[in-house]
Design a protein around this ligand. Sequence first.
Ligand code: GLU
Length: 281
Amino acid sequence: MLQPVLRFAPSPNGYLHMGHAYSALYTAQWARTMAGRFLLRIEDIDRERSKPEFTEAIFLDLHWLGLAWEEPVWRQSARLPAYAAAADRLRQRGLLYPCFCSRSDIAAAATGTDPDGAPLYAGTCRHLGHAETERRLASGEEANWRLRTEAAMALTGLLTFTVAGPTPIDRPQIRYARPELWGDVVLQRKGTPTSYHLSVVVDDAAQGITHVTRGRDMEPSTDIHVLLQMLLGLPSPTYTFHKLILDAEGRKLSKSRGSQSLRTLREAGWSAADVRRELGF
Ligand code: GLU
């Protein structure tokens, strides 16, 4: 049997908190149970929010937790040509179109919300004429490149994927993907040749990831990932969605809300064993 390959893939835009620690320990535990490989991938495509000091802190915090991973560690910032090539393949098939809308344009025209609760893109620029699109691109106007989700789904037909868990011995289940809930997602952001969805799919395939373990908050994104895998002819890993660590008010921990980082806990005297025990490992 193929040796399982798992990854923990944090974004270096803040210090790791207990939610990340749970995800990393969970992934490492699955890898151990299945005699698989454990990889670490730094998802640093967001040039404004990613900082080298946060990447260094990720290495330090994970070492402190007692985790070991294979070298070299992939950094997505070094993989931009691979993402651009994948997007080009979709563009050549007429599956991408440039969108010039601002955030407020999108909010004003929104037809609902996406699974993350953000305004659902109404498809405004999908209806722009070819001449206008070409003129605006030629004049240097920046665009987000979006997927023609409906056209893409017409090509792939019904999509399924495999969900395993909650433990490695539970029988996997087959699920239908519903990418239509996201509308025309952005695959290339203004000024970058990629977006989260595109790079995660390209890299999971390039690194031979067989099992993706991620928090339940990322469960809906998987529907888009499965669609992209099918369009790009990439294998679809098995997915496991783990519980989220909540704060005292029952909210998901978040860097932006200033949830206590592992380093703050460490400075306050917590040991790695304390963190593991608190999280049930
Ligand atoms: N980089 C993503 C994050 O930090 C997770 C990657 C994934 O599981 O797709 O939230």
